[in-house]
Design a protein around this ligand. Structure first.
Ligand code: FPP
Ligand code: MG
Ligand code: MG
Length: 322
């Protein structure tokens, strides 16, 4: 992934802030739960967008940009704890999930704790505007997740419905991160709108690739079980575009009770189909659209990072396909 010294210096500061915000001084057990997800880290892609955005727009990465990145990462982490509970996932980033280790109660509570801490930090350390935007994004996340739940195990779900869900459940957080980058840089309205579009497109790109990897990568590479979406009845955008009538029939009749062998057979067929080239072609165009959405700004290293990141992320994801 492209990086520059200013970004490499600021990311560990974000990391410290995430850890500080996710820590309870009164109840250390909370830290055991939250540490499970924050210590496992992640790609910190959202932070890279926010920090590069602030730098490209204002020439600096100030404390409000750092807090924006930490808040968005914390909301992301909290939503994953809840998501793993809803998905019955046992492993994420190669580590057992909070729900698998301690059960549903702690998973609900630690997700809520992260959400609360991010909201408080946004209000106190960024601005009421930022806190409002983040709260609206959380509502979008929930709505996107609800749309997904409503369509579970529906083999006639349309690719458009899948896109609508992921624009909310994933796109909203990328979008708000880029809006906050513009906000802390005191950018004008037009620049903010362009940053918002850049973030929304990036979110779609990210989730479509995540959905593709679930179908076309391996458990070892993913750090979470491959094929989980099919097992859980989440029929994703890449799957819905590639599925044959025969496969749709299998999902319609046996979707909820597919055996491991049937899931493996379906994955094998999909990997031999146009699934991968078609989805990568779609994502190549989306990556170009994402970069194209960027505001017109004076040339800088940070702008270069924003321009290159969609394509670099696509290449990284493509390299993880077996
Ligand atoms: C991951 O998708 C899940 C999301 C992007 C959104 C989840 C949102 C909620 C559970 C709403 C609650 C929100 C908060 C802030 C507490 P995925 O299951 O496709 O990704 P995965 O493959 O990484 O599991
Ligand atoms: Mg999941
Ligand atoms: Mg999910």
């Amino acid at each position: 992934m492209p990086t520059i010294p200013a970004l490499a210096d600021a990311l560990p500061v974000v990391e410290d802030e995430i850890r500080r915000l996710a820590t309870s001084s009164t109840l250390p057990i909370v830290n055991t739960f939250s540490g499970r997800i924050t210590a496992a880290g992640g790609k910190r892609l959202r932070s890279m967008l926010i920090l590069s955005g602030a730098l490209a727009l204002s020439g600096e990465i100030g404390p409000r940009a750092v807090t924006s990145a930490a808040c968005v990462e914390l909301l992301h982490a909290g939503s994953l704890v809840h998501d793993d509970l809803m998905d019955n996932a046992v492993e994420r980033r190669g580590v057992r999930t909070v729900n698998a280790e301690w059960g549903a109660g702690p998973a609900v509570l630690v997700g809520d704790f992260m959400l609360a801490r991010a909201s408080q930090a946004a209000l106190e350390r960024i601005s009421p505007f930022a806190a409002g935007k983040l709260a609206a994004a959380v509502a979008d996340l929930v709505e996107g997740q609800v749309l997904e739940v409503l369509d579970l195990f529906d083999p006639h779900r349309t690719p458009e419905n899948a896109l609508r869900s992921i624009a909310l459940k994933t796109g909203a957080l990328f979008r708000v991160g880029c809006v906050l980058a513009a906000h802390v840089a005191d950018a004008d309205e037009e620049t903010t709108v362009r940053m918002s579009e850049y973030g929304a497109h990036f979110g779609l790109l990210f989730q479509i690739l995540d959905d593709l990897l679930d179908l076309a990568s391996t458990t070892e590479r993913l750090g979470k079980p491959a094929g989980n979406d099919i097992r859980q009845g989440v029929y994703t955008f890449p799957l819905l575009r590639a599925v044959t009538d025969e496969q749709r029939e299998l999902l319609a009749t046996r979707g909820r009770e597919l055996t491991d062998a049937e899931v493996a057979g379906l994955l094998h067929e999909l990997r031999g189909s146009s699934l991968v080239p078609d989805t990568l072609a779609y994502c190549t165009s989306l990556a170009a659209q994402t970069a194209h959405a960027l505001p017109d700004l004076p040339e800088s290293d940070a702008l270069g990072v924003l321009r290159e990141l969609p394509r670099a992320y696509l290449d990284w994801a493509a390299s993880r396909i077996t």
